[in-house]
Structure formats: structure tokens, C-alpha cells
Design a protein around this ligand. Structure first.
Ligand code: ARG
Length: 583
């Protein structure tokens, strides 16, 4: 359906035209002085210049042509502004259309586009850390927003499963258990189905091997060679790699499930391997790559570059391929399998140069079609209260699991202390509130900005927080439950200021969602629902809803808060969390 500003602008355009001026002057905006009016039009100023008369004259002439039924108040004020307040009847009709339309009348894409969202990037056998948390939270929300607007979305986890960590683990294991068949060249298989380590052991092998490689150059070299041998397909190493994958993936899935983050595609860097050789071949044939000291590089600099953009290194002198190589080869695979209209990547913004290089190379090599859009959404760091990257209390890197455990524990204490729900519901309610605290705390910031993780603030039930939004939804749910059947009650003309404010706020849903969609900014949805929740609570404090004796008036209140609830639930779902029944 039409956005309310477009609708009012049309009416204003009609009035300009009827008064003898061009209708393009009729653009209406939301008032920046809500104390004076709800909407305003400044078109008379510009028109006056063209028609050579006083702006106030134009404004007065236009005001006379406006349909009085649509406006509670229209005034032409010096020097030539037109101030508007909508009539309750107009607003009521608009909201009733929203209430009965699919997805509240927000317009979808006329044609579905295929969007690949690359927002996982966990590194197999290494613990997930909070950089991966931001990617998961923002990426999941962006994917849900794309889908809501009618697109076909594919979330790809893009596992880091092919890098040096694999060589380090293999060599780490070899130094502990050199007798294993995986290291025996004469072994002809089959390899055991049972892994020679548990997840607990695996988690220890990697950091130990990584630390050792920094002090022991021989070991580091061996790990590099093992990585290369794995990439070349050495059977024993491939078998070990499969064990590492199986064990680690189960853990990774569990972590994402806990976050209510779900991927449609579970491919990794290793799946790009078959595409690498033909891709390099093709690039070479096109004369795009060069040999440099034994390495293969792809220059991507442009003359008008303000900063130096170094070449993409595709193959190192020891034959190993790199992060950029797999990213390019992955594009080959995505192009073949999905023909995407767009690929959206999410990582820490420190990877922006990497993506600049990869995007340029992919265009130059014609890996993706020219019309395919590539977007890199680089996000800022999550910091501790000291302004430095978030650490554990003892100063170590914070693991995702631990962070979630801490915030969950914090919320659980509140839930228990305030006796919010019965004992058997504590866990579920706690989890929902903790997720809202964590996700809203993250998403309410502009993605590119660093932010401070502050548990007290994020988990507070008041203020600009996830739990406050949930609290508002739960409050409405409880009123509705006490009222009874509300599903078919129509919207009614507002009878108070706070009721009208709530209605006006509801009309701003579509522009808020659209800007979030167009600018990759879930924070705009947060800002919108914070405003909406504020309007709901102001209305609630101002109005006797359940004790209202005028049944007709009461039904109008109920349908309005039910509509607000539907919108809040839609938005929280797009952000990736849900409200419990009680709070
Ligand atoms: N595994 C990478 C990391 O932990 C992130 C991968 C992001 N996606 C990509 N296509 N490069 O930094």
C-alpha cells in the first residue's frame, strides 16, 4: 500500500494543481516541530519564486483547495509554510488498511532477487569468538529483512575449514601420537570411522600447536607443508580433516542454534578447492595475473586510487592458496549454483581491503555478471567498558559460549529474583530475554560503529533495550488475554493525543523498514520500535483500557494495541528475537 507521506503529498499536489501551481511543489514531510503540527509542506516558498508572488499567498491559495475531511487542521503560516494535522478519520482509515493488509501493507519487491548472505565465517576447530557473534547477529537480521521484502535468500556459513589451523592440528596430533595410521604413508585404509580425539582434546590441540609454531620454526614449516599436502589431497590428512570437521561442526551448529541463527548453505572454504585451478587458468589466459618471486598475483590497483590497493595474492611461492583465492573461487561456485543478484558479506571492518581486492578481481576476471551487486558490510568492534576489545575477566579472548553464558546467568538472576514466571518457565523466559538483550544491544548501534558491551544496560527492563521492547509486547499480550477475542476489531477514530500519537507512529513502519533494507541498517528498525514502544506505553499510562465502560471506545483501544503488538512482533522477528508470554 501507499506510504502515508506519499498519500498526503499526493493530496497536497492536487491542491497545488487546483490552485494553479505545479503539483511537484506538494511534497510533504514529517514535521520537525511536533508541538506545532504533524506534517508540513514548504513547497510554497519554491513555487513563489517561479510564479513571482509572495509565498504566503501561494500557501493560502493551496490551503483553500485541501479537502477538509482529511485534515483536522491546515494552516498557512508566515512566511509560507503549510502546517498540517491529519483528521482522525483519515488516520483511522489508513490504519485499518494496514491492519487488514498482508504484512501491514509494506510493499515488497515486484520480483524476487536471489541474495547470498555470507555471515558465518567460523573457523573450524577454533572456538567462535565475539567477532563471529556480530557477524551472526547482523547477518541473520539482514537476511530476514531481505526475505521479508520478497527476495530469495541463501545464508552461507562459509566455514574457515581449509587454512593453516588444519595443518597445525595435524602436526600437533602427529607429535602426540606419531604412530597413528593417518601419518603412515604405506597405510592403504580404510581409515577408522572413530576420531582419534574428542572435542575437548581437539580444542586443546589447536592452541598448543599454534603457540608452538610461533617459537619453533621447524614445526611452523611442517604445519605449512601439512596444510599444503591436505589441500593437494593426501589421503591420511584428508581423513583426519574429516574427523576434525565432523566433531567441530556439531559444536558450531549448536552455537548457532542457540543464537537462533540458521544457514541454508553449509559450505566452506574447502568446497571452493575444485574451482581454484580452472579459475587460475582462466585468469592467466586473460592476462590478468602475474608471477612475482614465485607467487601468482592479481594486480587490482586503479589510477584514481586515493590509497594504495595492493595486488591480490592468489598462490604463494610454496604453492599454497590464500583467503582471497578461496573467496574468488567461492564466487565461481555461487555464480554456478545460485546466479545471485547480490552477495552480501559481513565481517569485521578490518577486512575491508581484502574485500575491495576480491571484488575488483572478480569483476575484472568476469567471475560474476556485471549486474551482480557485491556489498561488504564491515562492522565495528564490540568493546569492554574500558573501550578496548571485549575480554574475559582474566584478560583472555572472550568466547562466544562464555559471553552467552554470562548474560544468561545475569538475566536468570533477575527473572528468579522478580518471580517473573513459574519455576518450570524460568529457563525459557531467561533465554528469550537474554537473546533480546544481546541482539538488541548489538543491533541498535549502527553496524560500522564500535560499541561497548554493557551487560547492566543491555539487560535492563527500562530504557532503549531489548528487554524493554519485550516487556512492552508482553504488557499488550496480557491486556489482550484479559480482554478476550480481539482479532476482528476494527481501528477507530482516536479520542486522545496519546492515542493519535500512537497511530501516527504506527504509520511510520513502512519507511523505517524500507530504509533498514536499502541501507543495510537494522539499527533503524531498533530506533523505530523503541519509538513505537514509547508511544504504546504513553498511551497505556494515559488510558483506562480494561476498565473503560464505553465498550465501543474500548474496542478501538484494543484493536490499536493489538496492531502495535503485531508490528512489534514483526520487527523483533526481523531482528532475530521473540517475546515470551510473561515477563
Ligand atoms: N573465517 C573468516 C574469519 O574468521 C571470515 C570469513 C568471512 N567470509 C568470507 N567470505 N571471507 O575471519
Amino acid at each position: 500500500m501507499e506510504k502515508i507521506l506519499d498519500l498526503i503529498s499526493q493530496k497536497m499536489g492536487d491542491a497545488f494543481e487546483a490552485a494553479g501551481y505545479d503539483r511537484s511543489y506538494g511534497r510533504v514531510t514529517v514535521s520537525n516541530r511536533p508541538d506545532l503540527c504533524e506534517y508540513q509542506c514548504n513547497g510554497a516558498m519554491a513555487a513563489a519564486k517561479v510564479y513571482r508572488c509572495a509565498p504566503i499567498q501561494v500557501a493560502q491559495a493551496v490551503v483553500e483547495k485541501l479537502d477538509a475531511a482529511d485534515f483536522e487542521e491546515v494552516t498557512a503560516v508566515m512566511p509560507g509554510f503549510i502546517n498540517l494535522r491529519l483528521s482522525g478519520a483519515f488516520l483511522c482509515r489508513y490504519l485499518e488498511t494496514m491492519r487488514t493488509a498482508v504484512d501491514f501493507g509494506v510493499n515488497k519487491e515486484p520480483e524476487a532477487k536471489t541474495i547470498v548472505v555470507d555471515y558465518g565465517g567460523p573457523n573450524v576447530a577454533k572456538p567462535l569468538h565475539i567477532g563471529h557473534l556480530r557477524s551472526a547477529i547482523i547477518g541473520e537480521s539482514m537476511k530476514r529483512i531481505y526475505k521479508f521484502f520478497g527476495n530469495h535468500t541463501i545464508g552461507d556459513v562459509h566455514l574457515g575449514d581449509w587454512g593453516l589451523q588444519m595443518g597445525l592440528i595435524i602436526m600437533g596430533l602427529k607429535s602426540q601420537q606419531p604412530e597413528l595410521c593417518y601419518f603412515d604413508d604405506s597405510f592403504t585404509g580404510p581409515y577408522p570411522t572413530e576420531a582419534p580425539f574428542t572435542i575437548g582434546e581437539l580444542e586443546k590441540i589447536y592452541p598448543a600447536a599454534s603457540a608452538r609454531s610461533k617459537e619453533d620454526p621447524e614445526f611452523a614449516k611442517a604445519a605449512h607443508e601439512a596444510t599444503f599436502a591436505l589441500q593437494e589431497g593426501r589421503p591420511g590428512y584428508k581423513a583426519l580433516w574429516q574427523h576434525i570437521m565432523n566433531i567441530s561442526l556439531a559444536d558450531i551448529r549448536k552455537n548457532y542454534d542457540n543464537l537462533d541463527v540458521h544457514f541454508e548453505s553449509w559450505l566452506g572454504e574447502s568446497d571452493a578447492q575444485p574451482f581454484i585451478a580452472p579459475m587460475l587458468e582462466d585468469m592467466k589466459a586473460k592476462g590478468l595475473t602475474q608471477e612475482s618471486e614465485g607467487a601468482v598475483i592479481f594486480p587490482v590497483a586503479r589510477e584514481d586510487d586515493k590509497k594504495e590497493v595492493p595486488p591480490c595474492i592468489l598462490v604463494k611461492s610454496d604453492g599454497a592458496t590464500l583467503y582471497g583465492t578461496t573467496d574468488l573461487a567461492t564466487m565461481v561456485q555461487r555464480e554456478r549454483d545460485f546466479k545471485p543478484h547480490k552477495i552480501l558479506y559481513l565481517t569485521d571492518k578490518r577486512q575491508s581491503l581484502h574485500f575491495e581486492q576480491v571484488f575488483r578481481a572478480s569483476r575484472m576476471a568476469g567471475i560474476i555478471r556485471p549486474e551482480t551487486e557485491l556489498e561488504f558490510l564491515g562492522f565495528g568492534t564490540m568493546n569492554g567498558k574500558d573501550g578496548k576489545p571485549f575480554k574475559t575477566r582474566t584478560g583472555g579472548t572472550m568466547r562466544l559460549e562464555q559471553l552467552i553464558a554470562e548474560i544468561t546467568e545475569f538475566v536468570r538472576a533477575k527473572v528468579v529474583e522478580n518471580k517473573i514466571v513459574s519455576e518450570d518457565e524460568v529457563e525459557n523466559t531467561t533465554r528469550m530475554i537474554a537473546m533480546a538483550a544481546l541482539k538488541y544491544g548489538d543491533l541498535s548501534n549502527q553496524p560500522t560503529k564500535d560499541y561497548i558491551f554493557d551487560m547492566d544496560r543491555f539487560a535492563a527492563f527500562e530504557g532503549n533495550t531489548g528487554p524493554y521492547i519485550l516487556y512492552t509486547i508482553v504488557r499488550i499480550k496480557s491486556i489482550l488475554a484479559r480482554y478476550g477475542a480481539w482479532e476482528h476489531l476494527p481501528i477507530q477514530i482516536p479520542v486522545s493525543r496519546s492515542q493519535k500519537d500512537l497511530m501516527l507512529t504506527i504509520t511510520r513502519l513502512a519507511p523505517a523498514l524500507e530504509s533498514a533494507y536499502r541501507t543495510s541498517a537494522p539499527n533503524l528498525i531498533c530506533a523505530y520500535i523503541y519509538e513505537l514502544a514509547g508511544a504504546v506505553n504513553a498511551f497505556y499510562h494515559d488510558t483506562r483500557i480494561l476498565s473503560e465502560t464505553d465498550k465501543n471506545l474500548q474496542a478501538g483501544y484494543i484493536s490499536l494495541i493489538a496492531l502495535a503488538k503485531g508490528i512489534l512482533e514483526l520487527c523483533t522477528n526481523l531482528l532475530g528475537f521473540k517475546a515470551p508470554e510473561k515477563m
